[in-house]
Structures are given as structure tokens and as C-alpha cells.
Design a protein around this ligand. Structure first.
Ligand SMILES: Cc1cc2nc3c(=O)[nH]c(=O)nc-3n(C[C@H](O)[C@H](O)[C@H](O)COP(=O)(O)O)c2cc1C
Length: 197
């Protein structure tokens, strides 16, 4: 029968339609990844993966498995020109990722970042902007641009046009807003077609 393998294939794809990958130093980005996972539901998004727990080759293979990727990082290196996340992303997105264009081109990707808009106002979530640039450079379909309303930063490498390139969260000053922001953002991603085949 033709139907059986088709059904099986579509179940497999649905099961891992969205992959959530994050780096973290002190856990905030991991918590945000869990909230994003819950908002999608475990049938749609795979368990979030800490990029520091995988070798570069395993991470590269894992990124290819999903129809859509949600990638998140904190920002830790104030004022640095590059590699601002302080996590395994820094090496990976400047070494292995740029060579993955043929494998990742066209994939739907959305970025989220954690930062502190009060103490690091001029560098708010810079690393999210860096990661966005790398995936955008691979011709991925970038989703999830987010309004700057409700934040009090002075500058950020994550600004594209009049918006942030993805969801920026501040667990230091606006932790009470995180859950609602995540729910709204996931609803927006679904509206933008992140689950469309
Ligand atoms: C030494 C230090 C440097 C930081 N630099 C920045 C920064 O440049 N920009 C920013 O938005 N947040 C900065 N932060 C705030 C962290 O990004 C924030 O605490 C975040 O929630 C950490 O995420 P994590 O727990 O996933 O590592 C810095 C924090 C520390 C302690």
C-alpha cells in the first residue's frame, strides 16, 4: 500500500518539524527554550538541544533533520566585535555553519536571544544578531522579526530595519514578560508559516 509509508513519513516529519537549539551560560536561554518548546507542543517541536552538548559534526547533522530551526543564545562579551554569545555557537557559526549552505539553504529559521537591556543597553542581545546574520547568509528563510516596543535598550546588533531580528528576552529586568512574549512569538511564527510544508 502507498498510504502506509506516506502516513509514516508525515508522522516522522511532524514529530520533529521544529528543532530548538540553544547555548547558555547560566540557564536563562535554556529556560526560554523550554517555554518555546511547550508553546509549540512536544508533538511539533523536538526537545531543545544545548549546542555545547554536541560535537560540531553531531550539531551539523541535527540541524539538517528538521524542517524549521529555532536557534537561541545569550550575549556575554560586551562590546566585542564578534563571537558574543559566550557559548558553543561562537565557534560553530564562524567555522562549520558557513560551509553548510547547500544543506540549509531555504530552511525556515527563527532566532531568539537573552540579554540585559539595562546593564548592557548598547549591546542588548548582540549575539542574536550575529547568529541571524550567519543563517541569513545561508539563504535560510528568516522568520520571527519582533517589535522593539516595550524595551529600553540604546542599541543592539539585533536590529534589522525598525524591528529586532527575532525574539529578544530579558530575564534580568523583564522576567515577568517572558512567558507571554514567548506565546505571542510562537503564535506569530505559526502565522508566518513555520509549520507549513
Ligand atoms: C559579564 C556579563 C556580560 C554580559 N554582557 C551582555 C551584553 O553584552 N549584552 C546583553 O544583552 N546582555 C549581557 N549580559 C547579560 C546576560 O546575557 C543575561 O544575564 C542572560 O540572561 C544570560 O543568559 P544565560 O543564562 O542563558 O547564559 C551580560 C552578563 C554578564 C554577567
Amino acid at each position: 500500500w502507498v498510504i502506509a509509508p506516506q502516513a509514516q513519513r508525515s508522522f516522522t516529519r511532524l514529530d520533529a518539524a521544529v528543532g530548538i537549539f540553544y547555548g547558555t551560560c547560566t540557564g536563562s536561554t535554556s529556560e526560554a527554550a523550554d517555554l518555546i518548546h511547550q508553546a509549540f507542543g512536544s508533538g511539533v517541536a523536538a526537545e531543545p538541544i544545548d549546542v555545547d552538548g554536541l560535537t560540531d559534526d553531531a550539531l551539523a547533522a541535527s540541524l539538517k533533520e528538521h524542517d524549521a530551526l529555532i536557534v537561541g543564545a545569550p550575549t556575554w562579551n560586551t562590546g566585542a566585535e564578534s563571537e558574543c554569545s559566550g557559548t558553543g555557537w561562537d565557534k560553530f557559526y564562524y567555522s562549520k555553519l558557513p560551509a553548510m549552505k547547500s544543506e540549509l539553504s531555504g530552511k525556515k529559521v527563527a532566532v531568539f536571544g537573552l540579554g540585559d537591556q539595562s546593564s548592557y543597553s548598547e549591546y542588548f542581545c548582540d549575539a542574536a544578531g550575529e547568529i541571524w546574520d550567519v543563517f541569513n547568509g545561508l539563504d535560510c528563510k528568516m522568520l520571527g522579526a519582533w517589535s522593539q516596543d516595550g524595551y529600553e535598550h540604546e542599541d543592539s546588533k539585533s536590529i534589522r530595519g525598525d524591528k529586532f531580528c527575532g525574539l529578544l528576552l530579558d530575564a534580568v529586568n523583564q522576567e515577568d514578560m517572558t512567558e507571554d512574549r514567548v506565546k505571542q512569538w510562537v503564535a506569530q511564527l505559526i502565522d508566518e508559516g513555520i509549520l507549513a510544508k
